[in-house]
Design a protein around this ligand. Structure first.
Ligand code: PEP
Ligand code: MN
Length: 272
């Protein structure tokens, strides 16, 4: 433990709180990010964002460059999606989150999106991480699906060492022998990261499970374990979602999660 702490030169200073457009992430703030896996069109993203805002949620997600396992699946709207997410963010005043998949998109993405996400498949793309160290947008760094905690924290170090201190870690499930779920949520990552690093850590119950019926339980587990937030795939009509429908929840389920949070806050607070 101590040895790794010493290698993580940028992660052992005082607790980090990331501030963006008046919202604070980490420390005493529980951050909820929700929205579709992929941006499908302007009206649907706007409708989702408005619904989220009405629930007091300030951050919304939506992918536009998608890292799909099959080249025959929908690959995202690309630049058109970037324009849509920026428009919705400008119109609602909400903070946008979208995945960056390539170094060549850094300029366009950092101009159109508030928080850039590095997906599980790119956690080891050090050239991309180095580029993200040169910008100031907060970066959500997802854990590689087969990565150890040490590899993940060192990947974060690549961004931090480059000069961008605004890194948020995201546990999104790892590969195990279990195949009923898409991945296995490694809830132990939450206390472990808190012990080793000062970076905020959020949990993605959607990609962790791949199963809609599990999202509420995993969200509650993450909060009870002390996570700094959740990122949840949410859609007004999840059955019609182009991407990741089976793990995407609707607003009534999101409401159940939001309603449960106050009961968990005494537990969550013990980790602060
Ligand atoms: C996503 O959040 O849209 C995504 C693709 O996640 P992951 O990289 O964790 O699979
Ligand atoms: Mn998805």
């Amino acid at each position: 433990m101590e040895e790794l702490r010493n290698i993580l030169q940028h992660q052992k200073s005082s607790p980090i709180e990331i501030s963006i457009k008046g919202q604070r992430i980490g420390r005493d703030n529980l951050t909820i990010i929700a929205g579709p896996c992929t941006i499908e069109n302007y009206p649907d993203l706007k409708e989702i964002a408005v619904q989220l805002k009405a629930r007091g949620i300030a951050l919304f997600r939506g992918g536009t460059y998608k890292m799909r396992t099959s080249p025959y699946d929908f690959q995202g709207l690309g630049m058109e999606g970037l324009k849509i997410i920026k428009r919705v963010s400008d119109e609602t005043g909400m903070i946008s989150v979208s995945e960056i998949v390539s170094s060549e998109d850094v300029k366009a993405m950092s101009n159109h999106v508030d928080i850039l996400q590095v997906g599980t498949r790119n956690m080891h793309n050090y050239r991309l991480l180095n580029h993200l160290g040169k910008i100031s947008n907060p970066i959500i760094l997802k854990r590689g699906m087969s990565s150890t905690i040490q590899e993940w924290l060192l990947a974060a170090e690549h961004i931090l060492a480059g000069g961008n201190p605004n890194v948020i870690l995201c546990e999104r499930g790892i590969r195990t022998y279990e195949n009923f779920t898409r991945n296995t949520l490694d809830i132990s990552a939450v206390p472990l990261v808190k012990e080793l690093s000062n970076l905020p850590i959020i949990v993605d119950p959607s990609h962790s499970s791949g199963r809609r019926f599990m999202i509420k339980s995993l969200s509650f587990a993450a909060i009870a374990a002390g996570a700094d937030g959740l990122i949840i795939e949410t859609h007004s009509r999840p059955d019609t979602a182009i991407c990741d429908a089976s793990q995407t929840i609707d607003f009534p389920v999101l409401d159940e999660i939001l309603a449960g949070i106050p009961q968990l806050l005494p537990l969550w607070s013990k980790h602060r």
